[in-house]
Design a binder for this molecule. Structure first.
Ligand SMILES: *Cc1c(COP(=O)(O)O)cnc(C)c1O
Length: 392
């Protein structure tokens, strides 16, 4: 095989937003209106997300991390509690437990789906466990039926971190219908964006009200919740909340983008299928396994490099692909390896699958506005790199 380098002129990123003129117009319309925060665009956006996933309520936040923080508050997570999650996720999935004074506990992943192993999760439960935060890593839903069963048996709250899986289904039903609360992120690398943004969906009215309180200083004007009422100006602070509100500009962008979600997911699935078709017969490259009940919305495409087959493995592949302007990435460093977590006593966490995964995983570019030529450039570059690394 000849080793002609692909003549790209700019780095192909691993993820990127797609903003059209109608998205821009939606934001401009808000700027010309009476409300630029907590106005009607928030309600419209929340309704759109709730209706799309088939949930009763949605509450919008300034970002997904704040939304997870609020979900932990609504679940009653506090000091002395434990919250079980996966180590292969973004920091926010476990930091939200720390914010509430609780202790995150990491249960190892499965080496096929890279999602939390329900058996490991079950054996991590103690008398202190209060909640579970399973993460639909890469967009592939976790085995949520097994996880909610375990949670019911132990009286635990399930907060599904679906930052990667908006639009995905499990057993034919949309993610957002299974857990007590489900979080979606609207960061620009996610499926659709509001700039920054996060949403919790739930069917539970109590959680819904707690989420709204937490978003805005713990303030209420609801007579049923107040101790007294001095007049029309009056409000009471009944919980310690934050200012985690989303602006109407963000909500208008998010609502406009929601109309494109199905098209974006379709394109992501097509690109992922093309990658898998190209790489599945190549020895030493491990393509993503899909659980039969899960239909991923493909936030990330992970290609693993067998260390036995490729000298210098993933690290070499990363550099070779970056040299060819293919913006590969690594998702994620197991959270317990972070210095801050080690300082909290997580130095000896036993997650061998997470370790093996981390040492071999490489994220390929994947976003809806990639052209077919971009996709073929990635495939040609990966093949070229894999070929030269075997020759070494
Ligand atoms: C993006 C993301 C979040 C939330 O992130 P924000 O940037 O705060 O919206 C949480 N969990 C995972 C797994 C994520 O990828």
């Amino acid at each position: 095989m000849e080793t002609t380098r692909i003549a790209r002129t700019a780095m192909l990123p691993y993820g990127k937003q797609a903003i059209d003129e109608d998205d821009i117009q939606a934001v401009v319309d808000v700027l010309r209106s009476d409300f630029i925060t907590q106005g009607p665009a928030i309600d419209r956006f929340e309704r759109k997300v709730a209706d799309y996933v088939g949930a009763r309520y949605a509450v919008a936040f300034c970002n997904g991390t704040a939304a997870l923080h609020a979900a932990c508050f609504a679940a009653g997570v506090g000091p002395g509690d434990e919250v079980i999650t996966t180590p292969i996720t973004f920091l926010a999935s476990s930091n939200c437990a720390l914010y509430m004074g609780a202790r995150p506990v990491f249960a190892d992943i499965k080496l096929d789906t890279y999602n939390i192993d329900p058996d490991r999760l079950a054996s991590a439960i103690t008398a202190k466990t209060k909640a579970i935060i399973p993460v639909d890593f890469t967009g592939q839903p976790v085995e949520i039926d097994r996880i909610t069963k375990i949670a019911q048996d132990h009286g635990l709250v399930v907060i599904q971190d679906a930052a990667h899986s908006l639009g995905a289904t499990y057993s034919g039903r949309k993610v957002g219908q299974y857990a007590d609360m489900t979080m979606f992120s609207f960061h620009p690398v996610k499926h659709v964006t509001s700039g920054e943004g996060g949403v919790i969906v739930t069917d539970n009215e109590h959680y819904y009200k707690q989420l709204q309180l937490f978003r805005s200083h713990g303030m209420t004007r609801d007579a049923a919740l107040m101790q007294q009422n001095d007049g029309p100006w009056y409000y009471e602070m009944i919980e310690l909340g934050y200012n985690f509100r989303m602006t109407d500009m963000q909500a208008a962008l998010g609502a406009s983008q929601m109309d494109k979600l199905d098209r974006f997911v379709q394109r992501r699935r097509a690109i992922a299928a093309r990658y898998t078709e190209a790489f599945s017969s190549m020895e030493g490259l491990i393509v993503p396994y899909q659980h039969p009940n899960a239909e991923s919305s493909w936030h990330l495409y992970i290609l693993r490099w067998d260390e036995q087959q490729f000298i210098e493995g993933r690290n070499r592949a990363f550099q070779e692909l970056r040299d060819r302007l293919i913006g590969v990435h690594v998702h994620y460093i197991p959270i317990y390896k972070q210095p801050y977590y080690r300082s909290l006593g997580y130095a000896n966490v036993d997650c061998p699958n997470a370790e093996e995964y981390y040492n071999t995983a490489l994220t390929l570019p994947l976003y809806p506005s990639m052209t077919d030529q971009d996709v073929e450039d990635v495939i040609d570059s990966v093949k070229e790199v894999a070929f030269t690394m075997k020759e070494m």
